[in-house]
Design a binder for this molecule. Structure first.
Ligand SMILES: Nc1ncnc2c1ncn2[C@@H]1O[C@H](COP(=O)(O)OP(=O)(O)O)[C@@H](O)[C@H]1O
Ligand SMILES: [Mg+2]
Length: 314
């Protein structure tokens, strides 16, 4: 069994760019290090460049600039060695319709130069509830079952790194649960997992680290726990009777922002702190003779952080 050592980098993406002909820039100078044994979620809206990025790492798409190393080896000059380390569950359903489940999964293992191992194939088919379908032709399977076959294929050669491209977009609840159990089990054996998603909840539930990508730019990479601390922040919005041009000096100690042309004063505070500072703020506002009509609070969610980041880079 592999040891989990998240300090060691397993993938290094350096200055990676991709321009689709004639001149559409899908990725702009991406720098990213994936750590051994982590679950990394690449989160971003449709068209952000997620599939392009993982297709390059998996050697399906050529980069325009920059380079990628997988366990220190270049994905282009050492393609066979790096590709053999990787399992990819693609976003689109692509399977050989006329083959049986057993044949296609066993064949895929062989493609990566691995010796046959029927016991291992049996194990993954059982894990994916595909065992009783092993002799069925792929074309007779439902969409959910076909997706399970894609996962089995991706795992057939015992990869150290698993990419899942939008694994749960449009899949049923049962498959989603099975998939997450499987992913966690793989992580325990030392497999590094990179998933793409446009669902914030998915990144939140599964990932150790989250990278946010928008319009081909990686705009944030952070430990999920750190992002969650940001989620622990709350905002108090005060609707002012008279607009302010700037934040008065007397209030400089507070984390304040003006919004709505100075009609709204927003105070951000940490819900995990001993004191929120609200009482002190309200008393200072009284001293400065700043009156408000209404007040409300809201908790910032990953959704807000995401939307704000995406807005900033647009
Ligand atoms: N083969 C291609 N030729 C031209 N443009 C492409 C091609 N593949 C993807 N794109 C464009 O690149 C952008 C990023 O696509 P993609 O990587 O699939 O995004 P995501 O997976 O985040 O939805 C999109 O605007 C898409 O239309
Ligand atoms: Mg995609």
């Amino acid at each position: 069994m592999l040891q989990k050592d998240t300090n060691q980098s397993v993938i290094q993406v350096e200055g990676l760019g991709k321009t689709y002909p004639p001149d559409f820039t899908a990725l702009k100078k991406i720098n990213l290090t994936i750590k051994h044994g982590e679950i990394f979620a690449l989160l971003g809206p449709n068209g952000a460049g997620k599939t392009t990025l993982i297709s390059i790492i998996c050697g399906i798409t050529n980069p325009t600039s920059g380079r990628v190393l997988v366990k220190g080896k270049n994905i282009i000059s050492d393609f066979r060695a790096t590709r053999a380390l990787i399992g990819l569950v693609p976003q689109e359903l692509t399977t050989d319709a006329f083959e049986t489940v057993w044949a296609t999964v066993s064949f895929t293992r062989g493609l990566f130069g691995k010796k046959p191992n029927p016991a291992f194939i049996e194990k993954i088919l059982k894990q994916l509830s595909l065992w009783d379908k092993k002799d069925n032709k792929i074309m007779t399977l439902s969409g959910g079952m076909k997706r399970r076959v894609l996962i089995a294929k991706a795992l057939s050669h015992e990869p150290e790194i698993l990419f899942l491209d939008e694994p749960t977009a449009g899949v049923d609840v049962e498959l989603r649960k099975d998939m997450w159990a499987l992913v966690r089990g793989l992580q325990e054996t030392g497999v590094t997992i990179i998933l793409t998603t446009h669902y914030i909840e998915e990144a939140e539930e599964m990932a150790d680290r989250i990278g946010i990508i928008n319009k081909g730019e990686l705009i944030l990479v952070e430990e999920k726990a750190t992002l969650m601390q940001k989620l622990g922040k709350k905002q108090l919005s005060l609707e002012l009777q008279k607009p302010l041009k700037q934040i008065p000096k007397a209030l400089a100690d507070f984390d304040l922002e003006l919004a709505d042309d100075g009609h709204c004063l927003i105070y951000t505070y940490d819900t995990t702190a001993k004191q929120t500072g609200i009482t002190a703020l309200l008393s200072k506002l009284g001293d400065a003779d700043i009156k408000f009509k209404d007040l409300s609070t809201n908790k910032s969610s990953l959704e807000d952080i995401f939307v704000n980041l995406v807005k900033e880079t647009t």
